[in-house]
Design a protein around this ligand. Sequence first.
Ligand SMILES: [Zn+2]
Length: 404
Amino acid sequence: MNAPDPVRHLATTDGTADLVGLDMIRRLVAFPTVSRDSNLELIDWVRAYLEDLGATTALTFDDDRRKANLFATFAAQDGNASRGGIVLSGHTDVVPVDGQPWDTDPFCATLVGNRVHGRGVTDMKSFSAIGLAFVPRFLDRGLKRPLHFALSYDEEVGCIGVRRLIADVVAKGVAPTGCIIGEPTGMQLVVAHKGKKAWRCRIRGHEAHSSLTPQGVNAVQVACDIVAWIGERARAYRTSHRQDPAYDVPFTTPHVGVIRGGTALNIVPRDCTFEFEIRHLPFDDPDAFFADVERHAQTYLPAMHAVDPATYIQFDHISTLPGFDDDGRNAIADIGRACSEAHTTHKVSYGTEAALFHNASMPAVICGPGHIEQAHQPNEWVSLDQLARCEAFMERLAQHLCIA
Ligand SMILES: [Zn+2]
């Protein structure tokens, strides 16, 4: 097993001695599990750690077997390993550090004042590490319900890996009460998030000298007209459409994020491509939005074809991440409320793996240490206070999971 050497010992003279999970955070951060690279060293290490404690484990791999998801189960003392219980879930991958100005080694969790710096300390290795570090305590108190860990790959590039893990868990007939996803929420309880769907639009026009524009089809202009129309739809969602004030952004948001086209000012551009998405409230249908975009795009074709029948407008689907929302009315939300001592629940506009669990009959909440503002940043940090709150959450979870 290739456990990395602990690179710097986190201080124990400043109040951090009380934290159970610091050593595990340091270990997980030291595996440089950037999404493009293998996560197998981390997975192998965690798998050995959990098996030593008595877990049964299963791996699901990507096509190249360079990355794996780990699903691990501690059965209850009565032998029940599949009915009820809790899944603690986290993604193992982190975003790259290339080109970012870090003041410390990003893959060495380093105490700076009352914060721990390191890639992934917020998004989202600390939650997984604290859960793992608490296993001996849970076992000492005796499990009355199963405890599962779901550690996935390739979350940061579209929640790709976890889909295989979920399919495997469903096939095995494991039916937990629910799943806690430790994405950074500042330990607030998030019970819903928006869905997201993304597409690419490719426009083929017809080149001409820019003094002869009527003889060309300007792909950039067509793209901009469609982009402007999407902007109008975005304004309509904001001003005259059903909203849900529980979300940080309480309406559905279409958005164009990339546009590329043209080669020189004196050429009517032949090609233009743009990418767009819709982050939608669960009651808004992303496919209906897309059908409208497609229908609108068709209206440009007769004029384009009149100049050149080879011109076209085509769409490629890029990604889909469903949303989920049952307003916090389920058992896992009740458990989350009790463990976080949250008086309010929240709904967020960014996607997570929660919806995929939720839609596979594993109701999910999101609750983890750190804040999304620190995620993906240079000098990513999490405060010791947030870690302490997460550990208090695990202590209260023990009351639900354990006999003693
Ligand atoms: Zn994350």
